[in-house]
Write a protein that binds this ligand. Structure first.
Ligand SMILES: NC(=O)c1ccc[n+]([C@@H]2O[C@H](COP(=O)([O-])OP(=O)(O)OC[C@H]3O[C@@H](n4cnc5c(N)ncnc54)[C@H](O)[C@@H]3O)[C@@H](O)[C@H]2O)c1
Ligand SMILES: NC(=O)c1ccc[n+]([C@@H]2O[C@H](COP(=O)([O-])OP(=O)(O)OC[C@H]3O[C@@H](n4cnc5c(N)ncnc54)[C@H](O)[C@@H]3O)[C@@H](O)[C@H]2O)c1
Lengths: 207, 207
């Protein structure tokens, strides 16, 4: 496995390549890649050496080849069917987001407990009852899930997702979830992000 | 300044204390704090030693005192007035989120360029025209902003926010933004989160 800090930067290099591709560039320098990831050029060269990708001094990296390497390393040749659990405020926004589909992550089913939401649609995706979760996850070969439910039910939701065959979870609920070691779980905690900004703001004030 | 990895964990220790407070605990162990932050107990003790917080062997940390230390270090005694720029799908979800207000981050104004949205409200917060941004940011002493606009306009939006006096930005648009060194900017990129999950999924398959 690559170091997590490296893994987090690979998608940013991919985005830099997409921008370079728009301008029909044949090569891209480590400096240009570095600007997209907020690191220095030496870190870029180190990250890419893990993939066996080496640039040419003074010219940089072949954009086509590097893109292929990065997509392979990130497992992006595969498309993913994604479940959205919780069709509330945040869930509806996630269901509308075209950025997921563009990158091969297709929200193919949503789930909720609220009878007023079940049977509805978010941007063409049907909202099922959470009672149908196991059947729909298996029928639609869903392996990834976005959890946008209240924190109090997040653990039981993740347990039923894992039981049904989901192996990757992006959790938005402010709760620490326990999963088996072979399940990948990432957490986005927006309140924590603002508290981190507050730390840097307060350090500026006390300088 | 503390190491960034430490700064990211402090809000998680604060959340652990909130949970412990609900159960009327007078002390909390480093193991319990570690479980909330996904690290080991030694890392917790190291992080807290930066704040001059030391637990008692076998008993742990005084919950009241530690909470005060953490809130002070994170600058949370201050309340923040926050601007929301972009009142679209994501912006509306962010405007509804009670988790911000509960922690002292108050969304006091929203901004958009779409005439159909201007003059409307998100959960009691008025949506202004982006032309009024400088005036409203100053009038309402706004120092923090959530940017939920398309990527193409994110840089110009941040420039006008900074000019009006905002010093901290949480950016959701998939764009690399340039700001002066005294401005704090954090980025949440949900598509990158899914690509990271895809990396770990693909490494599992190739084991
Ligand atoms: N809205 C935001 O911008 C935002 C920001 C950060 C974090 N979050 C977190 O995301 C989660 C969702 O937030 P929200 O604002 O969308 O809340 P919400 O109340 O609008 O939506 C939650 C949805 O989950 C559904 N639900 C409840 N129990 C369920 C279960 N067992 N299975 C499936 N669905 C269930 C509810 O019926 C509701 O539709 C919360 O944990 C919140 O803390 C939200
Ligand atoms: N919806 C999601 O779940 C989600 C997830 C990840 C990232 N994002 C990112 O967040 C941003 C917003 O996404 P969305 O789904 O809400 O899009 P959206 O199109 O629904 O909303 C964007 C809003 O920004 C407004 N806007 C455009 N130019 C503006 C300007 N100069 N000043 C102020 N407002 C302006 C538009 O009128 C619109 O209301 C995008 O950059 C998107 O890539 C969204």
């Amino acid at each position: 496995l690559l170091p997590e800090a490296t893994v987090k930067r690979l998608p940013l290099y991919l985005r830099a390549l997409a921008d370079a591709g728009d301008q029909q560039q044949a090569t891209i320098s480590s400096e240009e890649l570095a600007a997209h990831a907020g690191v220095n050029a030496a870190q870029v060269r180190k990250d890419l050496s893990y993939l066996g990708s080496y640039g040419t001094r003074g010219i940089g990296y072949d954009t086509g080849l590097l893109r292929q390497h990065l997509r392979h390393e990130l497992g992006l040749e595969k498309e993913y069917n994604v479940a959205l659990v919780g069709a509330g405020n945040l869930g509806r926004a996630l269901g509308h987001y075209r950025g997921f589909t563009e990158r091969g992550f297709h929200v193919v089913a949503a789930f909720d407990t609220d009878p007023a939401k079940v049977g509805g649609f978010i941007e063409g995706t049907e909202v099922f009852s959470v009672r149908d979760l196991a059947r729909v996850v298996k029928d639609r070969a869903i392996t990834m899930a976005l959890v946008a439910t209240p924190a109090a039910v997040a653990q039981q939701v993740v347990d039923s997702l894992v039981e049904a065959g989901v192996t990757s979870v992006l959790n938005f609920a402010p709760a620490v979830l326990n999963v088996a070691p072979d399940i990948s779980i990432r957490r986005v905690d927006l309140a924590v992000e603002l508290q981190i900004l507050s730390y840097y703001d307060s350090s500026r004030r006390h300088e």
